[in-house]
Design a protein. Structure first.
Length: 339
């Protein structure tokens, strides 16, 4: 009987430690490419001695968000990394996240505008939207008309690009939704932003499912111009020697890539250490090297040929409006485009 009581006590202590997250493993859901996720896990182990288990790796943040909601009564993961702030804000508003503000933010003098003011998500990388155009098609069809290469959002409305624009669908990718937000914010109102979408639609030859679907299609000459994430466009251009030009337009859209801790996380202490690690130079370097994504820290070197983030001209952004109007603005976009 005494032995049984000792075993029961030991079991209760172990269960208590597990519940409080004092063990040496953190379970991660990653909306990132596989290479980056795995290298982050290895570097975390080296830096802390703790294990980061990548239990789910898929680049569609919406899919991970849906899974987190489905598992909320019995969370299976501790941390969600990747995906822009809208996904994490949505989870926070639904009560699926735990608050945590890393001390590294102040220690590294990271700008607080990249952090959730309510403390539910931590921004650790940045991305900006760009225009991509086919060099040969421009030289053959547009330059002889005396028209400069596309360099602004309004350039896409030029009749010369009718049927020559590839866009993406806000219903299936966050990048397209942030492009829509950029038009609303830069033009000063919902009406003006949706009027832009209404004018652009006749020039669009197709809407791709992913934010970067235009890059291979434009490089193959299936259309002349489109928009995508700058880090992905530059990476594909440089690594594949693609015949395209990448331009960051004035008043462009941008994303804050986030990490957050799930409410009821089984290893909360380890989860906090993982969020701290995401803000380290090691994590920023891995993400910059593999994904060409901008770190929120200013002391991480980017690959050669990537314009500094502080030189980009971003649209006047309203994080709250972008997060609060997701469903309504997507619906309006669909009514205009029929997609």
């Amino acid at each position: 009987m005494k032995k049984l009581l000792v075993l029961l006590c030991a079991l209760l202590v172990a269960m208590s430690a597990f519940a409080k997250g004092t063990d040496d493993t953190v379970i991660v859901y990653a909306a990132l490419d596989e290479k980056t996720a795995n290298e982050l896990a290895a570097a975390f182990k080296e830096a802390t001695g703790l294990t980061a288990e990548i239990a789910l790796q898929i680049e569609e943040a919406g899919t991970i968000s849906a899974r987190i909601k489905a598992e909320s009564t019995h969370p299976r993961a501790d941390v969600f990394i990747g995906g822009n702030s809208n996904f994490h804000t949505d989870l926070a508003s639904g009560g699926y996240l735990a608050k945590y503000s890393s001390p590294v933010i102040k220690q590294a003098k990271i700008e607080t505008r990249f952090m959730d003011p309510d403390g539910y998500w931590t921004g650790w990388y940045l991305g900006a939207l760009c225009l991509v155009y086919n060099n040969k098609l421009y030289e053959q069809k547009v330059k002889p008309l005396g028209i400069n290469p596309p360099a602004t959002w309004d350039d896409l409305l030029n009749p010369v690009y009718k049927g020559q624009v590839i866009a993406s669908n806000p219903a299936t990718t966050g990048g397209a939704y942030l492009m829509l937000c950029a038009q609303i914010f830069r033009l000063g109102s919902e009406n003006a932003g949706f009027d832009y979408i209404r004018k652009l639609h006749p020039s669009v030859s197709q809407y791709t499912k992913g934010a970067n679907g235009c890059i291979p299609l434009i490089s193959q000459g299936e259309a002349m111009v489109g928009f995508a994430w700058g880090h992905d466009a530059l990476k594909q251009k440089m690594q594949g020697n693609l015949p395209v030009t990448v331009v960051f337009p004035k008043d462009t859209g941008f994303e804050i890539g986030c990490g957050s801790i799930l409410k009821g996380a089984p290893h909360e202490e380890a989860a906090r250490k993982f969020i701290d690690f995401l803000l380290s130079p090691q994590a920023g370097t891995i993400n910059a090297k593999n994904g060409f994504r901008y770190p929120v820290r200013g002391d991480v070197e980017m690959p050669a040929g990537i314009p500094p983030f502080d030189q980009l001209k971003l649209a006047p952004w309203d994080l709250k409006a972008a997060a609060d109007n997701v469903d309504r603005w997507k619906k309006q976009w669909s009514e205009i485009t029929g997609k």
